[in-house]
Every structure is written in C-alpha cells, then in structure tokens.
Design a protein around this ligand. Structure first.
Ligand SMILES: CSC[C@@H](O)[C@@H](O)C(=O)COP(=O)(O)O
Length: 330
C-alpha cells in the first residue's frame, strides 16, 4: 500500500475527503455530512478520479441513510454531480441493490467497494507491469494514483508496480491543463514514492516522443464503451495520436466498473464541459482578456484502434474490440 495520504476516510458519522484542490501546498481534509455535501465535493473537484468519485458517492448514500433522509433524492444529487465517469453510476447501482437498505448494510457495501478497488488496482498493477520491457520509459497523463482511487492507482498503479519490480527506468508525466492534476497530484505521488520522474507541459508530449524512445504511454479511463473507445482526461486522444506516430505503445488501465457495455461506442459517451473560468483565470487571477469566451471540454475519447492494451482486474485485452471485451467482461 502506498504511503500517500488517504484521500477518502470513513469516520463513523461523516466522510473525510482530502481536499485535492489544495495539493500540493496544503494537506487538508474536508468533512462531509450529507449526500449533498459529497455531491458538491465531487462537482467542485475536492475529490476526483473515476474510482474515487464512485467510492465517495457510495459513502454519501450512507450519510443520508444514517440521518433517515430520502434515498432517491440522495442518489439523484450524487448521480448529477459529474457526468463522464461511469464509476459513479456503477457504484450507485451497486448500492441500490443492497437489501435491506439499512445504514449498516449500505456502509458494509460502501466499504466493500472501497476495499475491492484497492485489490483490483494491485492486480492491474501486476498485469500492466508485466507488459513493460525491462528499463521501461513511460509517459502518463492526469492523476490516476492513490489520490484518484481506493489506493495504489490504475495507470499510476502500473507505474508503481513496475518501479517496485525494478522494471521502470523513468516516468514522465504531463502537467494536465487546465486543472493541473499531473503537476499538482501525480508529481506529488511520484515524489513521495521516490519514483524517478519529470514533469512536462502537455504540448511537449509529441516532441518528447519524437526526441526520446517512450516505450508505453499509460493512462486511466473515465468510461470505456463496449467497443473499447475510451473517455479520459482531455489531451489523452492527442497523446494516443502522437504515440501511434512515434512507435510508443498505448495502455489504458481501468477496473471493470469503468466499462459501460450499454454504451456502444465513444460517440455515446457524455463529455463534461466545465466553466470558462478554469481557462481564463488561474487561482482567481485573469490570464485572458476579461469576458473572453473559452471552450473547456475536460475529457476526450480515444478510439479503440489507437489502444494497444486495456488492463482490467480480469485480465489484459490486447488491441481491444467489442468481441474481446464481451468475452472478458460479458
Ligand atoms: C484512476 S483515475 C482515471 C480517470 O478518472 C483519470 O484519468 C481522469 O481523467 C480524472 O479526471 P478528473 O477530472 O481529475 O476527475
């Protein structure tokens, strides 16, 4: 288990969330006492990363059940907090199946979701690391580590496992504009673990791949459609195109809860757009002319044809397509 501070802690009558908006300068927990407060924390990105969003939402339902509040209203406010990460809906559906819906039974299920996520990540870490050559140089995007999950991480979990196995030479990570999950969070996790890494501007990635041999680009996912098309943090698609052009392999690492088999292809995945201010301002200070419009989609879709391998806890799907995904998960 990683030494990185825990992002989600159940505290008997409230949920403690590590406020990821403040990292790396400040490590401060945010106390949530209702589903609505958890939904606000998800929407405002105090907690983020697809698996972590699902885990937090599950605990949010427990909070309202403890207070005797309406279950459906709690479920709705959580479901509407962010649109792209299907892990949120997956966790809510799993919680809905709990019978009887007592606070204790819901808590047991939320804790199971939380613990299973860590176990899945450790499994994916081993499977993904096995794909890497000895002395691998990799590039990752966004933050997919312990901060984004129940522990260890997905794509960053593969990097952690490869480092532990002595297979990793170096991990580059993008800053991940505009929210800087890479600069603020992934660099924080890599530094804490002593994994050799270097930060680069998103726009430097294609140049890096042309200048130096990158063995694998390794990313997480917010939703994988039935045909393998994958939604992930904005900029992932550009990395996949650059990887194809420069001979780097492209790996997606995500648990089975990130697959949406009802979604036939990437064209059906809802893509979240966030406020213009995330681009036109930096920490409240304007970086563009006042009132200037901005286009701020925060996810994009990488077509399955650009993906060499999807790693999930059930196994590795090489050159993914609908039949291979259905065979592993169906
Ligand atoms: C294990 S996290 C996988 C994805 O959720 C991650 O790559 C990502 O895109 C996170 O986006 P975010 O907007 O920070 O929630």
């Amino acid at each position: 288990m990683s030494s990185v501070v825990q992002p989600i802690i159940w505290a008997a009558d409230h949920l403690q969330l590590l406020d990821q908006r403040l990292l790396p300068q400040e490590v401060r927990m945010l106390a949530c006492r209702s589903a609505a407060e958890v939904a606000r924390a998800i929407h405002d990105m105090a907690v983020r990363g697809a698996p972590a969003i699902g885990i937090a939402a599950a605990y949010g339902l427990v909070l309202d059940a403890q207070q005797g509040r309406d279950y459906q209203a709690a479920e709705q406010v959580l479901a509407e907090s962010r649109p792209t990460a299907v892990n949120l809906r997956w966790a809510l559906e799993r919680m809905r199946a709990v019978a009887p819906r007592s606070a204790d039974a819901l808590l047991a299920e939320a804790e199971a979701i939380h613990q299973e996520d860590l176990a899945q990540n450790l499994r994916m870490g081993a499977l993904g690391a096995a794909l890497l050559p000895a002395g691998a140089v990799v590039l990752t995007h966004c933050n997919t580590g312990a901060l984004a999950t129940g522990g260890h991480g997905t794509a960053l979990g593969v990097i952690r496992s490869a480092h532990a196995a002595g297979k990793l030479k170096f991990a580059y990570n993008t800053e991940t504009r505009p929210w800087l999950q890479g600069a603020r969070l992934t660099a924080f996790e890599l530094a804490q673990e002593g994994i050799p890494g270097k930060l680069l501007a998103d726009g430097a990635a294609a140049h890096l791949m042309k200048s130096e041999k990158i063995d694998w680009v390794i990313v997480g996912a917010d939703r994988i459609a039935a045909n393998g098309d994958t939604a992930n943090k904005i900029g992932t698609y550009a990395l996949a195109l650059a990887a194809k052009a420069h001979g780097a392999k492209f790996m997606v690492v995500a648990p089975s809860g990130t697959f949406d088999l009802h979604c036939p292809d990437g064209g059906h995945i809802p893509i979240e757009e966030r406020s213009a201010a995330e681009l036109t301002e930096f920490r409240g200070a304007p970086v563009a002319p006042l009132g200037y419009a901005a286009y701020n989609p925060v996810f994009d879709v990488t077509p399955a044809s650009l993906i060499d391998a999807i790693v999930c806890e059930h196994g590795v799907i090489e050159r993914p397509d609908a039949a291979k995904i259905a065979a592993l998960l169906g």
